[in-house]
Design a protein around this ligand. Structure first.
Ligand code: PGA
Length: 231
């Protein structure tokens, strides 16, 4: 399984260094991908993890103050990068065209994009979940060759489940993952949104899931360890 730890905009330098040390206590066969704040991406890393970025620039390089390009990430030996997280779509008004451009930048630098998609509570109430998923996958993959498309990891993260302690029912998720597999049969699929010790037994029942994307809970190594034990 793939376990992505999205630390978002958390941890000071000392807290991060302590966290890294604690992570070494996790012995697992799973593919652990740590996505810290970008200011820590160049630090030495524990050898039981891969590193991912939480975002990248849609441009190759140049006059884009504050942006980190995929080429720069590659030079730090970063293997993965989140793209289109709902917090960026909402706070930074990131568009689907931006997301498509970022994915292209990442793929041309041999970095695996982790494409985040998911519906709002309102879209769910209006039975638009599948439409949102289809639109976002199709638009994100425009003008990308099939062999490259297949490298992308798709993370289904319902926006209403992020940071709320609510998760979809196993039955709902099985249907949604079946649907995503119809659209992109060769891609690895993750679930994200309030993954924790309580939700893992439910999530374990869902078929076709290749892993999880952890937000808040990723900040506590002992909880990550417990989740890994329960998977
Ligand atoms: P959460 O966040 O686990 O805190 O709900 C998940 C995410 O934002 O990816």
């Amino acid at each position: 399984m793939i376990i992505v730890l999205n630390q978002k905009s958390n941890l000071t330098k000392d807290e991060y260094l302590k966290y890294q040390k604690e992570l070494l206590n996790i012995k697992t066969q799973h593919n652990l991908i740590l996505c810290p704040s970008s200011c820590y991406l160049s630090y030495n890393r524990p050898d039981n993890i891969s590193l991912g970025s939480q975002d990248c620039s849609r441009f190759e390089s140049g006059a884009h103050t504050g942006e980190i390009s995929a080429t720069q990430l590659k030079s730090l030996d970063i293997k993965y990068c989140l793209v289109g997280h709902s917090e960026r779509r909402i706070e930074k008004k990131e568009s689907i065209e931006d997301i498509n451009m970022k994915i292209k930048q990442l793929l041309s630098n041999d970095i695996i994009p982790v494409l985040c998609i998911g519906e709002t509570q309102e879209e769910k109430n209006n039975n638009l979940t599948k439409d949102v998923i289809k639109y976002n996958i199709e638009q994100a993959l425009i003008n990308i060759e099939e062999k490259d498309q297949n490298k992308i990891i798709v993370a289904y993260e319902p926006i209403w489940a992020i940071g709320t302690d609510k998760t979809p029912l196993a039955k709902e998720l099985t249907e949604i993952f079946g649907y995503i597999k119809e659209i992109c049969p060769n891609n690895k699929l993750l679930y994200g949104g309030s993954v924790n010790e309580q939700s893992i037994p439910i999530l374990n029942k869902v078929k076709k899931v290749d892993g999880y994307l952890l937000g808040r809970i990723s900040l506590e190594v002992d909880k990550v360890k417990k989740i890994i034990e329960k998977i």
